[in-house]
Write a protein that binds this ligand. Structure first.
Ligand code: GUN
Ligand code: FE
Length: 425
């Protein structure tokens, strides 16, 4: 893998409050890790292979902290219902199809190729309840070179008969997946994936908590997404103080690295627990709009030191592109600002860029930044077709790309220092 440098206009966010910009500089990479950024190459650097992108932006790869691979065929359709009827009318019907491996392969090829296209270099993915289809998805991610956590969904109630798992079998299959994939790949790893409280018995949740602890693997689920869901959970667990306490009391809320999608209707206690336990919130603004779920108060959570990343939540969300999700996050934060009597300031570009890169990337370790020692996931972006005669600063060029660019502006993608070709061609 050796030593390479990428030359161009380098932009990243070590801190969320300000973009760090190195105009016309060299990003130096050794064995997949960032060694540093310099304006001039010295003689020591002569043995580096130089890839010259002068005039182009070099930014960290995007991180999608929450999406559902088997929902990809439903992207952009069936947007006329709220969460629970949406699950029952459209989503479970589609996910049922993934006992068929041919169908799975055809969808996953398009899904992974499109992730590559939009510059998502790492993602945290729900698969289906089906073990073999989940293994296939993991193998296909490994083949692509993109990074991912992938979870076999666990559901033993309140779903279609074909997907309602036997509790013990669900746990056995999850353990099989962990054992087979924990050490198979450096970039593609398993994650424990109880769908959400209403589709999991207490016995199943307890078993999954044990597995997470036993093998020290992370956890993903959904929480406090939609008003009717929150009421349903209250009915199911009348004795429990709040939604987060159910996961927490069963070892699924930060005992190992954990990400919860949505978190719109957190009580202050739940927000504090997330911060104390280091539980991530995956903010999925398009999904929250499409399913009439609500508006996550990102500023409030940032102030409370909750870790946040962005998620497309395909197919509750219709946009796979994280730059598009970024603009939605900024727009929603402006509405939250208005509705909070201007208490919670809107998110800035640099804060949102941080959430899309280093914020979500930290779920993977040292990912999402160009600080020394970070795994070098990078995109080379050519914004020239987006410009008019007006001259723009580098910050404005980034803003232009985020708001008006698309995958055609991304000319190269790197994961841990390796250039990734279009998969499955
Ligand atoms: N809650 C439980 N399952 C799902 C899902 O597939 N999508 C979303 N957005 N929320 C969920
Ligand atoms: Fe989701």
């Amino acid at each position: 893998m050796g030593k390479i440098t990428l030359k161009g206009d380098i932009i990243y966010t070590p801190d969320k409050d300000k973009l760090k910009i190195h105009k016309d500089s060299y990003l130096i990479i050794e064995n997949g890790l960032v060694v540093g950024i310099t304006k001039e190459l010295d003689s020591l650097s002569e043995d580096y292979e130089i890839r010259d992108f002068t005039g182009k932006l070099i930014i960290p790869g995007f991180v999608d902290l929450h999406l559902h691979a088997p929902q990809y065929p439903n992207r952009g359709i069936g947007m006329d219902k709220e969460l629970i009827p949406w699950l029952n009318t459209y989503t479970f019907i589609e996910e049922n199809k993934y006992s068929n491996l041919d169908y799975s392969r055809r969808v996953f090829e398009i899904f992974i190729r499109d992730l590559w296209k939009v510059g998502t270099t790492r993602s945290v993915v729900f698969s289906t309840v089906f073990l073999n289809s989940t293994k296939l998805l993991m193998d296909m991610f490994i083949e692509s070179g993109l990074g991912a956590y992938v979870g076999k969904v666990n559901m033993d109630k309140n779903t279609t008969p074909a997907m309602e798992e036997n509790t013990q079998r669900s746990l056995r299959e999850t353990e099989e997946l962990l054992l087979e994939y924990m050490h198979k790949s450096d970039l593609v790893k398993p994650i424990i994936t109880p769908r959400f409280v209403p589709t999991c018995s207490k016995e199943l949740l307890i078993g999954l908590g044990h597995l997470a602890h036993k093998y020290n693997v992370p956890v993903q689920s959904h929480m406090n997404e939609n008003i009717s869901e929150v009421y349903w959970v209250k009915e199911l667990y009348p004795e429990i103080r709040n939604y987060a306490d159910i996961y927490d009391s069963l070892g699924l809320f930060g005992k190992t690295k954990t990400v919860m999608a949505h978190c719109i209707y957190n009580t202050d206690d739940e927000t504090e627990l997330m911060a104390n336990n280091g539980v991530y919130a995956a903010h999925c603004p398009y999904s929250n709009l499409n399913l009439s779920s609500g508006m996550m108060p990102a500023r409030k959570y940032l102030k409370a030191s909750v870790k946040i990343g962005l998620g497309s939540d395909i197919s509750g969300g219709h946009e796979l592109s994280i730059p598009k999700v970024m603009t939605a996050a900024i727009e929603i934060s402006k509405m939250v600002w208005l509705m909070s009597n201007r208490q919670y300031n809107p998110l800035t570009l640099s804060e949102t860029f941080y959430l899309a890169t280093k914020g979500g990337g930290s779920f993977f370790g040292k990912v999402g930044s160009f600080e020394e020692g970070y795994e070098c996931d990078a995109l080379v972006v050519d914004v020239s077709n987006l410009l008019t005669n007006k001259s723009l600063s580098l910050e404005e060029k980034l803003e232009k790309f985020i708001y008006t660019g698309d995958e055609r502006n991304i000319i190269e993608r790197y994961v841990k220092g390796i250039r990734i070709e279009e998969p499955f061609m």
